[in-house]
Every structure is written in C-alpha cells, then in structure tokens.
Design a protein around this ligand. Structure first.
Ligand code: FAD
Length: 240
C-alpha cells in the first residue's frame, strides 16, 4: 500500500465512475485514514455554474461535454422514435444534472422484490438505510426519516398555485393529499421533497477531508496533469 503523504500511482481501491454510487463509495472508503482511493471519471470536473444553480441542470442536458447523449433504439412502442436517455458525465454523474427530487420508491415495490427471493430488500430492511443517509430538515416523522445522515432533505418552500389547484383537483376525485410521500402514504398526491445535494454532499467531503496523496480524481478531457493516477487512457489526475 502507498504511503499517506507522497503522491503515488498506487491505490487500494479504484472506482470507475464518480456518479452517485462512486462518489458515496469514495467518501465512505476515505473515512479510513489508511486507505487510498482513485476515482476514474470519463467526464470533466463539475465546475460548470449550471450544475450548481437550481434549475440550471435543464441546460446541461443538452451539453455533450457534461452529459452522455444516449438515445434508445427506435422501436414499435415509440413509433420509430429514438427517445433521449441522457446521463451525467462529470463529477457526481447523473446526480450533478438531476432534478434533486427525494423519492425513495414505493413500499410495495421493495416488498415485491423481497417476496421474489431477494432477502434484505423488503421495505423494513431498506428503511433503516434510508434513515441513516438522510438529514431531514424541519418537521418530520422519525419513524420514516433520519436527521443525522449526509443527505440534506427539505420540503420545497414555495408551491406554484397551479400545483395547489392540481392537488385540490385530485382530492376532489378521491385521491388523498399527502404531506410526505416518503412516509406512510401510498396512493396520494403531493409536492416534491428536495435533496439539497449533488456531488458536493457525496464526494466533496472526501475531497476536502482527505490528506493530499490519499485519493485522486482522474477526469477525461482535462488539461495538463498535476499528478498521474492511471496512465491507461492518458488521463489527467487531480490530487485532493
Ligand atoms: C436528467 C435526470 C434527472 C434525474 N432526476 C432525479 C431526481 O430528481 N431524483 C432522483 O432521486 N434521481 C434522479 N435521477 C436519477 C439519478 O440521478 C440516478 O439514478 C443516479 O445518479 C445513478 O447513479 P449511478 O452512480 O448509478 O450513475 P451516475 O450517477 O450516472 O454515474 C455514472 C458515472 O460514471 C461515469 N462513467 C461511465 N462509464 C465510465 C467509464 N468507462 N470510465 C470512467 N467513468 C465512467 C459517468 O461519466 C458518470 O459520471 C435523474 C437522472 C437523470 C439523468
């Protein structure tokens, strides 16, 4: 294993892709002071202002430098059209260009996975992990929400009158209003909860708290390297 202080080409772990999963992994692994991690990312750093301005991500969706412009194959079900399935291509991956909506998924979906033999994937199994990662701000039900995690979550603080009218309309049709769709409620209408995070919450702690030389990010189209991490694709490395 490489020493902690000196820049090195040696790492204990190499993570391919600095998206939601890769960033969380890098953050957790570097909590161990004896571990060196190298994160390989195909896209550029997440310094574009539209990644950090709320709503700006919409513009990033059409920027091929920061997004993979994937499309489905044409098919009968789409009347021969190719449907865009854009994905993030930067530090944070798709979490840097997504809508920041905090939506865990339905209890019944998890339970049906468990019923099909996937032990550990039932709602009761995954709920403690959701709670552990969440830092819910404001009033919340502690049976469903955590307040000590790394992922800050809030209710949105302004609701457009049209959204209110829509939810009123749903109530009029017998669909109940729900104040927390990540809580007990199932079939209901509600406004979003928002995650106030991108790569910042997931990966930045690893960046800022990691001693120089213990971890590195390697990006694709970057200028002259400051430190080499992996020469396989002639990519540049940025120490942290
Ligand atoms: C437009 C959009 C809106 C979304 N809105 C929401 C939302 O509001 N709420 C929500 O919860 N979820 C949302 N999502 C989904 C969420 O962002 C993804 O589920 C999540 O980011 C997936 O995490 P991941 O780690 O699997 O992949 P990603 O976050 O996509 O990360 C993959 C990373 O790997 C890199 N990579 C791929 N191949 C290589 C390679 N060979 N070498 C090096 N690097 C590589 C990519 O460039 C990318 O950075 C949205 C997604 C998109 C695209």
């Amino acid at each position: 294993m490489a020493t902690e202080s000196a820049p090195s080409d040696e790492f204990d772990y190499v993570i391919v892709g600095s998206g939601a999963a890769g960033s969380v992994l890098a953050n957790r692994l570097t909590e161990d002071a004896g571990v060196r991690v190298c994160v390989l990312e195909a896209g550029p750093p997440d310094r574009h202002p539209f990644i950090h301005v709320p709503g700006g991500f919409i513009k990033m969706l059409f920027n091929p430098e920061y997004t993979w412009q994937f499309k489905t194959e044409p098919g009968e079900g789409t009347a021969g059209r190719r449907i865009p399935t854009t994905q993030g291509r930067t530090l944070g991956g798709s979490s840097s260009i997504n809508g920041m909506v905090y939506n865990r998924g339905q209890r019944a979906d998890f339970d049906s996975w468990a019923q099909r033999g996937n032990r550990g994937w039932g709602y009761a199994d995954v709920l403690p992990y959701f709670k552990r990662t969440e830092r819910r701000l404001g009033v919340h039900d502690p049976r469903y929400h955590g307040s000590e995690g790394n992922l800050p979550v809030t209710d949105i603080d302004w609701i457009h009158p049209i959204c209110e009218a829509f939810i009123d309309g749903a109530e009029g049709m017998g669909i109940p209003r729900c104040l927390d769709y990540n809580g007990k409620a199932r079939r209901a209408s509600a406004t979003f909860s928002a995650r106030s995070t991108r790569a910042i919450a997931r990966a930045r702690p690893a960046c800022s708290s990691t001693p120089p030389g213990r971890a590195a990010w390697t990006y694709g189209p970057t200028p002259a390297p400051r430190r080499s991490c992996s020469r396989a694709n002639e990519r540049s490395a940025y120490g942290m």
